[in-house]
Each structure stands twice: as structure tokens, then as C-alpha cells.
Design a protein around this ligand. Structure first.
Ligand code: ATP
Ligand code: MTE
Length: 195
């Protein structure tokens, strides 16, 4: 059976990247990782915006309304005065999904002691899962994929392992992963024959 199509929103939130002070590395990192990790045909809907709460909430609402089953943001999760991504995300939530933030901080602590400074959250809005990732571009792969030993053994699960089943549960398309990048976990009763 063919893989189902999926629309994914990617949002890079950075004052300096959005004003051209530096090149945005968030959107390319998100796109590359998702293209590597998923077998599905992906349509990306991308936004590069400054750290402004109304602009962030507005972009999230637009992306969900446009039919994105998953929206990933990067940046603006720290404690600095302009970091407001978690507030903007919570403001559009139907449900809060605390497990994602808890697991992301656990994973990130294996990479940097400052992981505890990220206030990242995940929420459900309508039929969409919205997840905040930290702004450091390498944090995208770190949190989504987790940590492997040199021999390939998975030491800490990345959060993406739980994303496909979450999207099943909210009525989205059936996401299939490339297991060498990130193996999705579903209970047996929710698995379809591999295609
Ligand atoms: N979109 C991006 N593209 C490239 N590098 C980024 C991006 N966002 C963040 N970074 C890098 O990661 C670091 C930490 O990200 P953070 O979100 O805290 O940025 P910031 O200090 O709030 O500034 P800004 O919002 O202007 O990116 C930045 O200092 C920068 O080096
Ligand atoms: N995996 C990972 N998580 C990370 C980091 C990182 O480099 N890798 N940086 C930390 C730092 S230094 C900060 S301040 C917070 C918040 O970053 P943000 O404001 O860029 O979202 O994320 C933290 N989480």
C-alpha cells in the first residue's frame, strides 16, 4: 500500500535569522531530518518569524487550519525576555502533552547541561500535534532522534518515536519511519503491515 501523504508545518523563530543578521539554519535542518526520517510524501509549509508572541500563535493557527498534522517549531524556548514560543504555543492549545517536553529535556541533558533552560512544550490543536524544539540547529536532530552509542545501540529514545502513534490517535495520516533514523513505536494493535 502507498504511504499516505502528510502536510507538516515547520516554523523557525529567531529575531536575527528572520531579519537577515544570520542565515536561518532551522528550516533546512527540520526539512532534512523529516525527509530522512519519514517514508511518507511530505508537503512542507514553512515560516521564518521573529520572537513575537502574536506572530507565533498566528502562524500556528494558520498551519493547523491549512491541514498540517504535525507542526515543529525551533527557537525561542529559553528564559530570555524575547523567548515566548512556549507561551504562544500554549495559547493555541486544546490539550497539553507534557511528556514531550519532559523527554526532550532528558535527551538534551545528555548533550548539554543547559538543556534545563529550555521551556519547550507540545500541544494538540484540532487534528494537529505542535512541538517546540530548541533554537540551536543541532538540537533538532538531537531531540527528534535521541542518542545512540558508537555501535548504533539506542541509548535514549528520541521524541519522534512517539509522534506517529500520537498522530494516529488524533485522526491524522499513518506515518511510517525509516528505522535506521528513528523507529516509530506503536502498540501491536495499531500497527499496519509494513509497506
Ligand atoms: N534559526 C537559526 N539559524 C541559525 N542559528 C540559530 C537559529 N536560531 C538559533 N540559532 C543559534 O542558536 C543559538 C541559540 O538560539 P536562541 O533561540 O537562544 O537564539 P537567540 O539568542 O534568542 O537569538 P535569535 O532569536 O536572534 O536567534 C543562537 O545564538 C544561534 O547561534
Ligand atoms: N538538544 C539540545 N537542547 C538544548 C540545547 C542544545 O544545544 N541541544 N541548548 C540549550 C540552551 S543553551 C538553551 S538556552 C535552551 C533554549 O534555547 P532556545 O531559546 O534557542 O529555544 O535550549 C537548550 N536545549
Amino acid at each position: 500500500m502507498a504511504h499516505e501523504a502528510v502536510r507538516i508545518g515547520i516554523v523557525s523563530i529567531s529575531d536575527r535569522a528572520s531579519s537577515g543578521v544570520y542565515e536561518d539554519k532551522g528550516l533546512p535542518a527540520l526539512k532534512d531530518w523529516l525527509t530522512k526520517a519519514l517514508k511518507n510524501d511530505i508537503t512542507f509549509d514553512a515560516r521564518l518569524i521573529p520572537d513575537e508572541q502574536p506572530a507565533i500563535s498566528g502562524a500556528l493557527i494558520e498551519l493547523v487550519d491549512a491541514g498540517c498534522s504535525l507542526v515543529l517549531t525551533t527557537g525561542g524556548t529559553g528564559p530570555a525576555p524575547r523567548d515566548v514560543t512556549p507561551e504562544a504555543t500554549l495559547a493555541v492549545a486544546d490539550k497539553v502533552m507534557p511528556g514531550f517536553g519532559e523527554q526532550m529535556r532528558q535527551i538534551s541533558l545528555r548533550f548539554v547541561p543547559t538543556a534545563i533552560l529550555s521551556r519547550q512544550v507540545a500541544v494538540i490543536r484540532g487534528k494537529s500535534l505542535i512541538i517546540n524544539l530548541p533554537g540551536q540547529p543541532r538540537a533538532i536532530q538531537e531531540t527528534l532522534e535521541g542518542l545512540r552509542a558508537a555501535g548504533g545501540e539506542q541509548l535514549v529514545d528520541g521524541i519522534f518515536a512517539a509522534v506517529p502513534y500520537c498522530i494516529d490517535l488524533i485522526g491524522g495520516p499513518y506515518l511510517e519511519t525509516n528505522d535506521d533514523v528513528c523507529a516509530a513505536f506503536r502498540p501491536k494493535s495499531a500497527r499496519r503491515a509494513a509497506s
